[in-house]
Design a protein around this ligand. Structure first.
Ligand code: ZN
Length: 251
């Protein structure tokens, strides 16, 4: 089974479509898992939600999803993010809002058929703080491993792609580069596929992970997309300049 693992599309349909196409060219996709923040920041929230609903069998809620649906406050947001959340809320239908509110915060998942019973837990931030914690340190990885009931977990939220291995020593977060392969061995893993719709690791290309359960390997990839198209749509929608500019920088 081939699964695309994607996080933080953030209403950037152009980036999401590029990821779906690029992943599909590598191998026919059997499934898509999304780690939340389908909306927020970008110009096409409703279309992004529709696309994720159509292709993903598993999706957890992110802080931006819940903020746009009225399920959490924007108090913790910076002013640009709060303005984008307010704009996004006005773009969503009742059905969109109901879909977001139906998403779980944690999906501890059924075992993937054919992978020997090993499974992935999906959560936007962390198991400790499902929509708010940025899992970026060894100490936080230890806390995550303690709470995991499956061998693997996938997180988003920080928009920084990494893998952490459960080891006797303090687990280190290793940043992922285009083409990296991560064998699913006998140690537990936490992975982050990066922020598909708003990369923040200095590379503006859209990132994603592919899970090949037959081969027992995860691979990390990046794909160019038409950033200018997303930026034009954001400008037309009157979204904050800082959010438009950062897409080209990947920061
Ligand atoms: Zn996000």
């Amino acid at each position: 089974m081939i699964v695309l693992i994607v996080s933080d599309p953030h209403s950037n349909l152009t980036a999401l479509e590029a990821v779906l196409a690029d992943a599909g060219r590598r191998a026919p996709l059997d499934d898509v898992w999304c780690l939340g923040d389908v909306v927020g920041y970008g110009p096409e929230p409703a279309a992004c939600l529709a696309r994720i609903r159509a292709v993903a069998s598993r999706c957890v809620a992110g802080n931006h999803d819940l903020a746009a649906a009225g399920g959490t406050s924007t108090e913790e947001f910076n002013p640009a993010a709060a303005r984008a959340a307010e704009w996004t809320a006005g773009q969503l239908s009742e059905e969109d809002v109901a879909f977001i509110m139906s998403l779980p915060l944690i999906d501890a998942g059924a075992p993937v058929p054919g992978d020997g019973g090993q499974g992935f837990t999906l959560v936007h931030g962390s198991l400790r703080e499902p929509i708010w914690e940025y899992l970026l340190s060894s100490e936080q990885a230890v806390a995550q491993f303690k709470r995991m009931t499956t061998p693997y977990s996938a997180v988003g939220h920080s928009h920084v792609p990494f893998v952490a291995e459960d080891s006797a020593a303090l687990p280190r977060l290793r940043l992922l580069n285009d083409g990296d392969r991560i064998p699913l061995g006998d140690r537990r893993l936490i992975v982050n596929p990066g922020g598909c719709g708003q990369p923040r690791d200095g590379d503006p290309r859209a990132p994603y992970l592919l899970l090949d359960t037959g081969a027992g390997v995860l691979s990390f990839h990046r794909v160019q997309y038409d950033i200018a198209r997303t930026q034009r749509l954001m400008a037309a929608a009157g979204l904050p300049r800082s959010l438009i500019d950062r897409l080209a920088l990947g920061r």
